[in-house]
Design a protein around this ligand. Structure first.
Ligand SMILES: *[C@@H]1O[C@H](CO)[C@@H](O)[C@H](O)[C@H]1NC(C)=O
Ligand SMILES: *[C@@H]1O[C@H](CO)[C@@H](O)[C@H](O)[C@H]1NC(C)=O
Ligand SMILES: *[C@@H]1O[C@H](CO)[C@@H](O)[C@H](O)[C@H]1NC(C)=O
Ligand SMILES: *[C@@H]1O[C@H](CO)[C@@H](O)[C@H](O)[C@H]1NC(C)=O
Ligand SMILES: *[C@@H]1O[C@H](CO)[C@@H](O)[C@H](O)[C@H]1NC(C)=O
Ligand SMILES: *[C@@H]1O[C@H](CO)[C@@H](O)[C@H](O)[C@H]1NC(C)=O
Ligand SMILES: *[C@@H]1O[C@H](CO)[C@@H](O)[C@H](O)[C@H]1NC(C)=O
Ligand SMILES: *[C@@H]1O[C@H](CO)[C@@H](O)[C@H](O)[C@H]1NC(C)=O
Ligand SMILES: [Ca+2]
Length: 306
């Protein structure tokens, strides 16, 4: 394994466990700085203001490769997620991995409700400054790839309420970026209001051959932390490469060992806590191409004085 890849792995492992939180300036008047341009000013198309509505099935000007499936059509669903080929009005998320017959990308899949408050909008780009910026971002996060973005799709949930027409504001984006044979998902999180509805953020594939759950997004009370967590060192941003099958990864090289630096507030000598930690480490490794079937076992834990 090359050193840069290893460093990236160490870096993301520490961050994704939610230990590193960097404060950003909260500004409720303007969109978060990490957001790509959106809304009427950017020329977006709006979804209908409808509790469980969605965009129509949108024909893509360039196909999007998602773990081996090349999609021509996508649907932006008001409840916070993308489906391919058909729309969805599902407001109760299932947990990933679900082993379902569906590819799905969830920015924040939960019972959102924009009948009174909030706008869901989208746009695809095939040229212009946004492509330059997307290329720059991907090159920053994946410095070893020779990448040029040729197509970007931005969907934004701007200050959207939860069912039933709550007074809360939740803002996030799902950005799809592709070029050549590469494709990426970029999620940007702004203010995420606490909710009692079940939630799910990440992605899942048909039969769950690949999946990722953003840590904490499984528990509704913790989701407000989405604006602080990251796997790329940018609070509120999560980035995933999603073109490849598991074989096409750094693990194809003969990796002899991986060193993790972990810190945790919980006592990992307790079996429940260590199981949770192993689950999170596994998700990190899966992201880098290890098959989901991999089993991690803890050989020994030892408490030492800090
Ligand atoms: C997340 O960041 C905001 C400021 O951007 C801060 O008010 C909040 O306490 C942070 N939450 C956590 C869980 O770190
Ligand atoms: C989506 O549509 C394409 C083109 O018709 C088809 O090949 C593919 O099997 C469909 N995928 C799903 C998951 O429905
Ligand atoms: C994708 O969209 C195009 C244009 O709307 C349509 O002709 C095609 O049947 C759609 N494919 C699927 C799988 O929905
Ligand atoms: C591209 O990024 C620059 C610097 O971050 C920003 O000023 C500019 O508005 C962005 N352009 C687009 C189209 O996103
Ligand atoms: C990306 O675009 C730049 C400038 O247009 C070009 O020089 C470079 O060869 C392109 N790289 C790839 C991988 O297409
Ligand atoms: C994409 O992959 C195919 C087959 O692996 C290859 O022939 C083609 O050159 C690749 N295209 C780009 C732009 O890298
Ligand atoms: C998913 O699993 C089912 C049952 O094992 C199998 O019949 C189906 O072919 C699988 N689908 C894909 C796309 O691998
Ligand atoms: C999410 O929560 C459900 C229900 O508590 C649980 O079955 C599932 O394993 C959790 N998923 C992850 C990735 O923690
Ligand atoms: Ca809803």
């Amino acid at each position: 394994m090359r050193l840069s890849a290893l460093q990236n792995l160490l870096f993301t492992s520490v961050l994704s466990l939610g230990i590193t939180t960097t404060a950003t300036t909260a500004d409720s008047l303007t969109a978060p700085a990490i957001f790509y341009p959106f809304g009427s000013a950017a020329g977006d198309t709006n979804n209908p203001a409808d509790d469980d509505g969605s965009s129509p099935v949108i024909q893509l000007s360039s196909s999007f490769l998602f773990f081996g499936h090349s999609y021509q059509n996508i649907s932006v669903n008001n409840n916070g997620f993308f489906t391919f080929n058909q729309t969805s009005s599902e407001y109760v998320p299932y947990s990933f991995p679900a082993n379902r017959n569906q590819d799905i990308i969830a920015g924040l899949w939960t019972d959102l409700d924009n009948r009174v408050k909030g706008v869901v909008s989208y746009q695809q780009y095939i040229n212009g400054g946004l492509l330059t910026n997307a290329t720059r971002d991907i090159k920053t996060y994946f410095p070893d790839l020779n990448f040029n973005a040729s197509w970007v799709f931005v969907a934004t949930w701007d200050k959207v309420a939860y069912f039933p027409k709550t007074n809360t504001e939740t803002s996030f984006q799902i950005v799809l970026i592709s070029g050549g044979n590469y494709s990426f998902i970029l999620m940007n999180y702004g203010d995420i209001a606490v909710t009692t509805h079940p939630v799910q953020a990440g992605y899942d594939t048909i039969n769950s051959t690949n999946y990722f759950v953003i840590p904490g997004s499984n528990l509704s009370s913790f989701i407000s932390n989405l604006r602080n967590s990251s796997n790329v060192g940018v609070p509120g941003r999560w980035v995933f490469r999603v073109d490849s099958e598991p074989g096409n990864s750094i693990f194809k090289n003969n990796v002899l060992g991986i060193r993790f630096r972990l810190s945790s507030f919980s006592d990992v000598t307790q079996s429940g806590n260590s199981e949770q930690l192993l689950q999170q480490i596994k998700q990190e490794l899966v992201k880098y191409g290890l098959p989901n079937s991999v089993e991690l076992k803890l050989r020994k834990t030892q408490k030492i004085n800090p």
